[in-house]
Design a protein around this ligand. Structure first.
Ligand SMILES: [Zn+2]
Length: 431
């Protein structure tokens, strides 16, 4: 990482892939901002180099592009040099894994945390999924290039990093439940420095190299955390599911697909609002046996899931997820007893982890990320409608699962979307 380090790409490539041909993979924009320069440096260094440009101007991380990149790289017998932002990197990551080899990443924006992560987030048959595949063997990050990325891309990266705040809190809940224990290496590498990495939204908005470098480093550490955990748990939870829902429904605003980070910004704010309301509740006084007696059967949950996802692009998504994550009365009793016994400590730990909604909103306003769903063309009513679906979009335990078990789900939704709430439906912003 450094200013003006694109010239180092050939040396890195030659050291890691001696004698191999390079294939610069870019799109029309990233070719202009860095791809052409990387290509020239590689040729100047005497490395045989090809180019594959994504043929479409607007594209998402979809399976057909993985196949295109794979065919191009395989056909040439080359190694990919991904020059671009999150999507280009994910396409190269998965296609390289299919070819049984690694690749080099040259990021052009501090827009996502996927550069250094294990796994690629790709839409396959209409459903956004994370495919297992290793991180690149090297990242050459030229801060000069990254700082010149469109402001909204950098703001999106900031929001993607900020999502680790509520995501961390949801991991604490899964840890308490025992479904996904905290992994110390994965936790500390990111969470210990996260506050600091998020502390300069003004500098990030102004494109100051030092602030951009700190943001990029934070995003990279998030990727390392995912590598350590071999899952996306350290970096995302319900905050990201709002984005996945919008991707799956091909949501557009003013004709344009909305960036991962901007969608995640809305999910992150929503989760901060949920945690604000959650920490106001008293779970130290719950009647565990009454809640266990009211706990639905798997058959009832199947019915609810099918109804909820009726007409959705993947109508069985919720059904499949609940099949995976359903827990019977004994588990629920154990979990609720644990929450009840540890309530004040749990609440204090969650409060120490999650930023209040107001604080997060202010950070996003400062950095230029969405601070209201209307800014990505989503109404508060639509957002409210997404909430029960996000509970059933991933097998991992989240805050909504705990709320359902504790019988406070409806109260939480009312606190966030009701009068005076963060997303008060009567205060709908027009767009
Ligand atoms: Zn993300």
């Amino acid at each position: 990482m450094g200013e003006g380090c694109l010239s180092r790409v050939p040396a890195v490539f030659a050291a890691l892939f001696p004698g191999r041909m390079a294939m610069v993979v870019a799109d029309v924009n990233t070719w202009r901002v860095a791809g052409a320069e990387v290509y020239r440096h590689l040729l100047d260094a005497g490395i045989e180099t090809g180019v594959f440009l994504i043929p479409d101007r607007e594209f998402h991380a979809e399976w057909k592009y993985v196949e295109m990149v794979e065919a191009a790289v395989k056909g040439a017998g080359a190694v990919a040099v991904a020059v671009g932002s999150g999507v280009i990197n994910d396409l190269c990551k998965l296609s390289s894994a299919h070819l049984g080899q690694s690749y080099i990443c040259v990021p052009t924006a501090a827009s996502v945390d996927g550069y250094s992560s294990f796994g690629a987030s790709i839409s396959y048959e209409g459903v956004k999924q994370t495919f297992d595949c290793p991180a690149p063997v090297a990242i050459v990050a030229d801060i000069r290039v990254i700082a010149q990325a469109p402001k909204e891309m950098t703001a999106a990266g900031y929001a993607d990093l900020a999502a680790k705040i509520p995501a961390g809190a949801e991991w604490m809940i899964a840890d308490l439940f025992g479904t996904e224990p905290l992994i110390p290496d994965a936790w500390h590498v990111l969470q210990d420095v996260l506050d600091e990495m998020l502390s300069d939204p003004e500098g990030v908005a102004a494109g100051e190299p030092s602030a951009i470098a700190a943001l990029f480093e934070g995003l990279t550490l998030s990727g390392f955390a995912m590598q350590a955990a071999r899952s996306s748990r350290p970096a995302s939870c319900t905050d990201h599911l709002f984005s996945h829902y919008l991707d799956m429904t091909h949501h557009r605003f003013r004709g344009k697909l909305q960036s991962h980070g901007f969608q995640v910004a809305v999910g992150t704010l929503t989760m901060c609002a949920f945690f604000d309301a959650f920490c106001e509740m008293d779970l130290g006084g719950i009647d565990v046996e009454a809640l266990v007696a009211a706990w639905p059967t798997l058959e009832q949950e199947h019915e609810r899931a099918l109804k909820l996802f009726d007409g959705f692009v993947d109508p069985k998504l919720g059904y499949n997820v609940i099949t995976q994550k359903y827990q019977g009365p004994d588990d629920v009793r154990r979990e609720l007893s644990s929450v009840k016994a540890h309530w004040p400590e749990l609440r204090d730990r969650l409060r120490a982890q999650v930023y209040p909604f107001r604080k997060m909103k202010h950070l996003f306003e400062t950095v230029g990320a969405p601070s209201d769903p209307s800014q990505i063309g989503v109404t508060r009513a639509q957002l409210k409608d997404m909430v029960p679906k996000t509970q059933l979009m991933r097998w991992r335990i989240n805050l909504l699962d705990l709320s359902l078990r504790a019988g406070i789900y409806d109260a939480l939704v009312a606190a966030v979307f009701g009068p005076g709430g963060a997303w008060d439906l009567t205060d709908e912003k027009s767009f």
